[in-house]
Design a protein around this ligand. Structure first.
Ligand code: ZN
Length: 509
């Protein structure tokens, strides 16, 4: 069971007194060593994982911008992050408190809402709903905390006000607010020498300055602030929401490699400026791109593949195995060859687990050697795997070691020379099953339980969407219908928890 720890909100008031010299080095946290190592883009090498708190670690992932359906690029990113979180929790007993920000106000969402003649909230809700269903079908665990920009406007404008007050940001003619990079010498910590991608704008004082707040436009949603009406820019939301939840520092901050610059660079700059600190995120985790064979996949090329399309062809376990067999930091290729290889590997494991059952039951009365050799090999594999996972989550080596182990064990199962007691073979199978399950593989795609769970997830998500809309419109009839569904499910021993943000369910006695 996860222990619940109180998270103290640190005082967010501040006075900026950063010394004006450049120091972009990664700082080793002064805390609690875990014995693990991770690649850090600021240090440009593997560094020890040292946690701020001895009893838990904080993790924030940048979530989706919900203006369209997610594709396998997103699937790859979130499955790989899910695997890393599971490794930290299951192999190294780290209590992770996880949060994800959903961007539900953005240029692309506004564009879509104008195109479809609907409210920006309706667009965002539709695609966020789809996103969680996709994640559930990929067996990606839901973050403990989900933050949405539209629900944190006050937090965001308060954060920006702090930056304006300390003169790290300025209000431009059009009511937009920009971060003043010339006042922050450590800009370029994550990726020096890159243009921040924003179009040059007369309103900006320096080329690298980026928007924290976008001035009022009649066609866009807007909120009032001390400096005028408008809406948040993209980068500021994560900094403000993370600070609200976790205080002035976060242990892990994750996202796709495309977010490294400018998004994460800007997040780090404005957060350090706000908190008057030299390091805000201790560990940046960036997942490599997913590429189609020979081509780049992108929305603009219109060659993206949706998550349901992939899952029609390959199971969630096969997709996850392909992710496990590639390094999380490097690009991964999506092709029929890659997926077939993953499928074959998965089959090897599944057949092995079946074969061991048959073997063990045939050998209950067996006599002979206890096979210390296999026991020793198993012990070595357990130790080696912990070492490879401890060092930047090398799941590919771990899978290879497991394949070697089952190949040796298969020789015993299928060989006729010596008759062994089944115990060592059963221990190998138990270990293999444990590791694969800890990685988030289900290994029983067609079991009724999984289908039922998927079905309940879908129903609960659907009811949540209907209920949220009904609450907004004060539609009593629909709300009653939602209550009937909840009561009927309770009779079937499934209790739904109607939280505002995220619905959940548990089975009851
Ligand atoms: Zn972000």
């Amino acid at each position: 069971m996860m222990r619940i720890f109180p998270i103290f909100r640190r005082n967010l008031t501040h006075v900026c007194s950063l010394k004006p010299y450049k120091d972009t080095k990664w700082l080793m946290p002064n805390g609690n060593p875990t014995g693990m190592y991770i690649y850090n883009c600021v240090a440009q090498e593997r560094v020890p994982i040292i946690l701020n708190d001895p009893s838990f670690a904080t993790w924030y992932s940048c979530g989706p911008t919900v203006y369209d359906s997610s594709h396998i690029g997103h699937a790859c990113c979130y499955v790989k992050l899910d695997i890393i979180q599971r490794i930290l929790k299951s192999f190294f007993n780290i209590n992770l408190v996880t949060a994800m920000g959903v961007t539900d106000i953005d240029d692309k969402i506004i564009k879509k809402s104008l195109e479809t003649n609907s409210d920006f909230k309706t667009v965002a809700k539709k695609y966020e709903h789809e996103f969680w269903l996709d994640m559930s079908s990929l067996n990606v665990e839901k973050p403990m905390i989900i933050t949405r920009v539209s629900e944190h406007i006050d937090t965001i404008s308060g954060f920006i006000k702090g930056l304006i007050d300390s003169e790290m940001a300025y209000v431009a003619k059009d009511g937009s607010v920009y971060f003043n990079t010339s006042k922050f010498p450590n800009y370029g910590k994550l990726q020096a020498g890159h243009d921040n991608g924003e179009t040059s704008d007369d309103a900006k004082m320096n080329k690298m300055d980026f928007a924290l707040w976008k001035g009022y436009k009649p066609s866009e949603p807007s909120w009032p602030t001390d400096w005028g009406e408008g809406r948040p820019g993209w980068h500021i939301e994560c900094s403000a929401m993370v600070s609200k939840i976790f205080g002035s520092q976060v242990d892990f901050h994750a996202g796709g490699i495309d977010l490294k610059f400018p998004h994460h660079e800007n997040e780090e700059a404005q957060s350090c400026a706000y908190h008057n600190s030299r390091q805000w995120a201790n560990y940046w985790i960036h997942v490599g791109h997913l590429n189609l064979k020979d081509t780049k996949m992108s929305k603009s090329l219109k060659n993206t593949i949706s998550i349901p399309t992939v899952l029609e062809k390959y199971s969630a376990d096969i997709f996850r195995m392909a992710c496990l067999m590639s390094n999380y930091r490097y690009p991964m290729e999506y092709s029929d060859e890659v997926m077939s290889t993953a499928e074959e590997v998965l089959k090897k494991f599944r057949f092995f687990l079946k074969d061991v059952q048959v073997y063990a039951n045939q050998r209950v009365n067996g006599v002979g050697d206890y096979n210390n050799k296999l026991m020793n090999e198993l012990q070595k594999v357990i130790e080696n795997n912990l070492e490879t996972l401890r060092s930047d989550f090398d799941t590919a080596s771990c899978i290879n070691t497991l394949l070697n182990l089952i190949s040796h064990t298969n020789k015993i199962i299928k060989g006729k020379t010596t008759d062994y007691y089944p115990v060592p073979v059963l221990l190998v199978a138990d270990y293999v099953l444990q590791v694969l399950t800890k990685f988030g593989l289900k290994l029983s795609e067609s079991s009724t339980e999984n289908i039922t769970n998927g079905f309940i997830d879908t129903l609960v998500e659907f009811r949540h969407t209907v209920r949220s809309n009904a609450l907004e419109r004060k539609d009593k009839e629909l709300l009653n219908a939602c209550d009937v569904v909840r009561d009927k499910m309770k009779l079937m021993k499934i209790q739904i928890n109607d939280s505002k943000d995220t619905p959940s369910w548990v089975t009851i006695k």
